[in-house]
Design a protein around this ligand. Sequence first.
Ligand code: ZN
Length: 324
Amino acid sequence: MKNIWQHILQQSRQWCDRPSFWETVPFVVMGLLALTLMVKGCQGICYHGTAEYRIHRLGYPIDQARAIAGVLSAEQAHSLISRGEHDTIAYPIIKQRYFIAKNFDHYLAFHKVDSVASLDDIVTVVNVGDYPDEQKTATHCDTSKGQLMLVNGMHYLDEKYQPDSLEAFERTCCYENQQAIPAVVRAFVAMQRDCKTSTGAQLMVNSAYRSFQDQIAIYKRSDKGYAAHAGRSEHQTGLAIDVTSLQHPMRWPFDASVECAWMHEHCHEYGFILRYPKKQSQLLGYNYEPWHLRYVGVPTSTRIHNEGITFDEYYAYYIDREKQ
Ligand SMILES: [Zn+2]
């Protein structure tokens, strides 16, 4: 070991003793300096080509430009840069709670046609697809989502769709024969029992599973806006129920009853959500239906209840967000 160190020391002395060694030192230092400057220069040139810098050049402060570039795809960033203008909502919109990156251009376009709409409303309306767009067409409901499938005006079920299994409600739960998927029947029975204990009133199922053909007949005889077209009704999934009570069997008096208020406050504990709440009805263009519950399971109903959103908003943000 000692010999190795002595050998290294001896070699080093020989290098330093050579006159040419000290002559090369200034060139080495200059070379290193030149290399450092080149690397810095390259970094500058590269940075000036980044989306962050080019967005910043449109008039966004650097931190905002960084945040915007961070959430947009290369294509979206390119589109924003090529428009060449500073959009006042580009930064605040990406900070919205339910912002979805793939909808960025639609948020900006929506704001251009409705500049008084709040950012919150813009995000809601665009996320659920409720905005004018010539490219937009209705699509098949993705039934593989099971109890989280979305059925509405833009997502339809075909004529043949039927739930995997249906179970009849006991006669103490409905005025006439009604069926739903077994989990819905169980959840309703538990909710009915607890509502009776709390309010003394007996919740009843007015309408549950309806086939495509049933829905055609209902649509023909219903008030405008209170029944969906066949294929667009959640009742075809076996996951929706219309509820009133023995004490208030008609829908509208039921809406003002103590048991209806109790149901709205507690239905999420049993896996149900109020599918068409009053709060968002005007914004999303549907009628308020205090009686219509949709089963989604307790984890989802709890989240929807706590966040105060509709199922359409939930689906757009938590289920469909990554889909391009
Ligand atoms: Zn209904």
